[in-house]
Design a binder for this molecule. Sequence first.
Ligand SMILES: C[S@@+](CC[C@H](N)C(=O)[O-])C[C@H]1O[C@@H](n2cnc3c(N)ncnc32)[C@H](O)[C@@H]1O
Length: 291
Amino acid sequence: MPRTMTQVQTWQKIARNWANFTAPSRPSLGDCKVYELWTKRTLSTLRSPNILVLGVTPEIRNLLFKYSLTQDAKVYLADINKGMFRAMRAFLNFNNPNEYFKPCNWLKMPFQREFFDFIIGDLVITNLALKDKEKFLKEIKRLLKEEGRFVTRILVYKENRNRNFNLSQVLNQYFQQYQKAQLSLRDTLGYFYSAIVQETYYLNEKGEYSLKYLIADFEKLRKEIKDPLKKIFLGKFLKDYHSVLDDKVWVGMTQPAHERLVKKHFQIEKIESVRDHPFGDRYLIYVLKKK
Ligand SMILES: C[S@@+](CC[C@H](N)C(=O)[O-])C[C@H]1O[C@@H](n2cnc3c(N)ncnc32)[C@H](O)[C@@H]1O
């Protein structure tokens, strides 16, 4: 696979494998409850509100459908990738006639200032390079009404880096949970992936995280494993996650660094964390109002 894949191509690959992914890469039920709560609080008194979804996340669109039905909410979807939009149709509960797809880059979106009552996006800011993150926040601020809210889930990195990360140990930990039937195969693989993201972002000094930095480690591990079931487990991870995400680069920040940046343009009204997956303290939902 060439190393120069664009965001669009990378996400097309992810779209084809979406069904294999689980929380926290996708919003959990707990995340959806939080999203629902703040959607309701923001929109309760409004007729025909305008909502902007950053991305095409089916879980969010499924919960917004109700507001289109009862309050005539108009739901605009901003995503650079038409393929992702098409692929996500399979995960929708309803077809929302009030939904409008706008292919665009979040750094410059084709809407008038203060058009939106509510802006929501799941794991969006980690898709952007460090240099673009503030530009993105300014664009959101431009589009949001004075009383509007921006609600977004964010992955924040740990402040204390684990420099003794050992891939084989982490694999064993998750493999055992699967073996003891404590978790489904899908959840175990998803948690294994999230654990690796959390522990290895420091491999690159720019705070980038990508499985591509671990190709040699995985290759070594694959050769070492003797246990046939563990071999299959790892093979499934390599197929469902590694071959899909080998080019995807996330750019995260620690929680204090992230909050310093956000506070330049927004007030933090609330930070929510969920408990229905083991990474709730790292995947935080920020409720933001314009400064
Ligand atoms: C919302 S994010 C993260 C995944 C998330 N958990 C979800 O449920 O969709 C995924 C989407 O962001 C889109 N994307 C990434 N960078 C973008 C950018 N700069 N502008 C517009 N869309 C972008 C990708 O095409 C992809 O469809």
